[in-house]
Write a protein that binds this ligand. Structure first.
Ligand code: DGL
Length: 271
């Protein structure tokens, strides 16, 4: 690998949900240039086969590699679980690949042995049992109580984040007895940082809420630091946000996920 520190970090997702990850990376590493790609032409990936998601991911990685990304971040749990291994193999030594699940597993293994952890996510992520399998592979004893909370993504995307309907959905889900008396709750979906305040409020601030986007951003920083690839503070970072299909609705949502106005550009990856 012949990366140098001034090259960008590539981040991709099926759409704009992964912008929460891009936001966390930007907040922690403000000097880094970022290239974000949201495959809005194929979203939602939740309806696609694993083979299709893998093929999309490889094509996106090709584009990010062409742009010289020193690190590629898969900013979605459900894509991490079906595409991470393949993407890593494909990218090989050309770049560093990071997903959103392994950093969380490492974090739990370091900080929560013998504790009780809750995990919420989409049906795809929860039904895959990936977090349990990975903890078991490492022989880590953590009681993991999981629940799929499928209504939360559409409610966020439809703009109900701050409405009663959202707090009602959160209450109905989190009132599940297995999610009481936790040492921490993991937000296992990159959309959920947007409703972290409501989730914290549900637990009256008495439970630690672990935001995977923050954990992933820290892992990215550690890896870049270790490999002497952190951008210098003198560089003027460029941030580019591409989507494979553009609509004004995506633009409006993008602001919500990145927490500041950004310009989405159409990148014709599939034409
Ligand atoms: N944010 C995605 C994840 O982390 C899920 C969103 C969706 O299924 O549309 O897996």
């Amino acid at each position: 690998m012949s990366s140098n520190y001034s090259q960008p970090i590539g981040i991709f997702d099926s759409g704009i949900g992964g912008l929460t990850v891009a936001h966390a990376v930007t907040r922690l590493l403000p000097d880094e240039s970022i290239i974000y790609f949201g495959d809005t032409a194929h979203a939602p990936w939740g309806d696609k086969s694993s083979a299709a998601i893998q093929a999309y991911s490889i094509k996106i990685c090709d584009m990010l590699l062409k742009q010289g990304c020193k690190l590629i971040l898969i900013a979605r749990n459900s894509a991490s679980l079906v595409a991470y291994v393949l993407v890593k193999e494909y990218v090989g030594r050309k770049s560093i690949v990071v997903d959103v699940i392994d950093p969380m597993i490492e974090y739990l293994a370091k900080n929560y042995i013998d504790k009780t952890i809750g995990l919420i996510g989409t049906k795809q992520t929860i039904n895959s049992n990936i977090y349990r399998k990975k903890l078991d592979e490492l022989g880590i004893n953590i009681r993991l109580n999981t629940l799929s909370t499928p209504l939360l993504v559409p409610l966020i995307e439809e703009g109900f984040k701050d409405q009663t309907i959202m707090s009602d959905a959160i209450q109905s889900y989190l009132n599940e007895s297995s999610l009481h008396n936790l040492d921490a709750l993991v937000l296992g979906c990159t959309h959920y940082p947007l409703i972290k305040p409501q989730i914290k409020q549900f637990y009256s601030d008495a439970t630690v809420i672990i935001d995977s986007t923050d954990i992933v951003a820290q892992v990215v920083r550690n890896i870049l630091k270790e490999r002497k690839l952190l951008a210098a503070s003198s560089t003027s970072p460029k941030k580019k946000f591409y989507v494979s299909d553009y609509t004004p609705a995506f633009s409006a949502l993008a602001h919500l996920f990145f927490k500041m106005p950004i310009i989405l550009e159409k990148y014709p990856l599939w034409e």
